[in-house]
Design a protein around this ligand. Sequence first.
Ligand code: HPA
Length: 274
Amino acid sequence: MFERYTDWITEASQFIVKRIPNPPDIAVVLGSGLGPFADELDDAVQLDYGEIPHWPAAAVIGHPGRFVVGQHQGKRVAALAGRVHLYEGHDPQMVTFGVRVLRQLGVNVLVLTNAAGGINTSFSRGALMLVDDHINLMGVNPLAGPNDERVGPRFPDMTEVYSRRLRAIAEEAAAAAGVSLTRGVYLAVVGPSYETPAEIRAFRTLGADAVGMSTVPEALAARHMGMEVLGISCISNMAAGVLPQPLHHDEVMATIARVRGQFTALLRGIIERL
Ligand code: HPA
């Protein structure tokens, strides 16, 4: 796959450029339930993932996902509604395919959003968390395999995955929008099973504040290529064992639906300040 991977990225970006001549500067990957943000962009052009050559389809029921490019406050923004996850069985390279294509399109700033379980007991369901750093417990790294030095270094530095500059902008945007924003460390697992209470206690000891099944592969690929990254988690549920109740995907979706307005207000404020 590796030899063809680079060609696939080029074919996908050439296809997109033909359909969307004005390239985006900023991209937002929208986590579960956050897709409606894409509809807020002005003068939007939309492509279904299924139309774009080689683009992996997201397993969102009824929709493979969509790539939308439009404007917000004069900024050219790409919104990816729907992402692929390792737990769907995709290769790590395909999980980061979209981010690779965005880079070829000229995107410099990547905002990654997700739903996550709250490990930090001072968090509550519905809180928004700025990702300060991450812990990769997925057991895979999307940068493993042959490296193309023209794309990025063999051993990329990960001292500041989530840009200090962008985090400061996010905090300013949150304050201006009256949205409360906490911060913490995101720990990534493959899933798809939720964690056990013992795992959550172990992750807390390791220094994690939230746990989820996405974002880290994309952040690693983006940093490999020198993009500036911001991560925002919606604490959709308290992690396993924190509360005396089992976890349900329905709870995750219900929480996101409840805080979607705040989340999109925050995203708008961030984009305006970029
Ligand atoms: N664990 C892992 N991933 C998640 C969770 C969780 O509790 N909530 C939302 N995504």
